[in-house]
Design a protein around this ligand. Sequence first.
Ligand SMILES: Nc1nc2c([nH]c(=O)n2[C@H]2C[C@H](O)[C@@H](COP(=O)(O)OP(=O)(O)OP(=O)(O)O)O2)c(=O)[nH]1
Ligand SMILES: [Mg+2]
Length: 340
Amino acid sequence: MRRIHVIAAVIRDAQNRILIAKRPDHAHQGGLWEFPGGKVEEAETRRDGLGRELLEELGIAVTEARPLLDIRHDYPDKSVRLDVWLVTGFDGEAHGAEGQPVRWVAAAELDEYAFPAANAPIVRAAQLPEQYLITPDVADEAELFSGLERARDAGIRMVQLRQTGLDDAAYQALAQRVLEKFGGDFQWMLKGDTSPVWPGAGWHLTSRQLRAMWTRQTQGQPGATIGSGAGLLQDEDSFSSPALLAASCHNAEELKMAADLGADFVTLSPINSTASHPDVQPLGWERVRELIDSVNMPVYLLGGLSANELPEAFEAGAQGVAGIRQLWGRSSSISSNVAS
Ligand SMILES: Nc1nc2c([nH]c(=O)n2[C@H]2C[C@H](O)[C@@H](COP(=O)(O)OP(=O)(O)OP(=O)(O)O)O2)c(=O)[nH]1
Ligand SMILES: [Mg+2]
């Protein structure tokens, strides 16, 4: 089946709301909500297709946009490439120019709408920020707390609580204190051998845990997924359901495992060489592009990258950058929205 190239737009306004539209009942995937867009024409660039579709469907002229996520999905009757762009600037008042209902909704509310099956990762990408801070090892809790305050003030919105050298009990106790103080400031991603019990917290698997879990899942229960992205949770293996499931990946095999488990997003590393892993061969941008292209999930690039490299990351198809020192030490000088 020929794959149809579709441009779709996550349009964000100044209040951080996102525009969704309802597909006509008779259309393919009819009656479901969608991100506005449509088929790219033969002699048209992606950007031109985006501009034309949003003018036709919503009566707006796009002024600021960048790639967000590229998805390949096979419906029983149709194969599509959903080439999703984030639109942060436009002229005109968006309205249903073809008579379709449109609605501005908060990112968190997107979960309440019925979208086509291919859209789950788009919803996730629309909700996730551009930067993912991983906490460095700190000397004491005061250093951790002041760093988190700095990150919050600099616009960081998602943090993985990482502290090497703590046993599980000490880590859990630290997480409790950190979440009591900063619970509402960030989307928290926790580590450890069991799914976090804090409401709203996500779980970030190491690549070792990812492999172990994948093996267990695929051998025990074919097709079973645990991630929230797939909408299927099961707790036979004593999982509680994390708000988000993420995994650390370094190659195509691990990316595929994360996708099989229904991960909401992944980190991919190392992009550049880093002081902490001088012996590890960096992936380099060309390979990174190929790897991102091979999956339908939001991917954060990790390893020697700073927020200054967000434009390259977006160009490669990434959700954004993840970082330890780069997003911590200098976080007071980082703009939260470098791309716009
Ligand atoms: N625009 C859009 N299409 C989506 C989304 N999710 C999804 O699976 N699709 C599928 C449904 C369709 O098979 C295809 C988009 O085709 P379309 O019907 O919108 O194309 P179009 O605007 O060019 O319309 P037309 O000229 O065919 O009437 O992509 C989404 O979020 N937005
Ligand atoms: Mg359309």
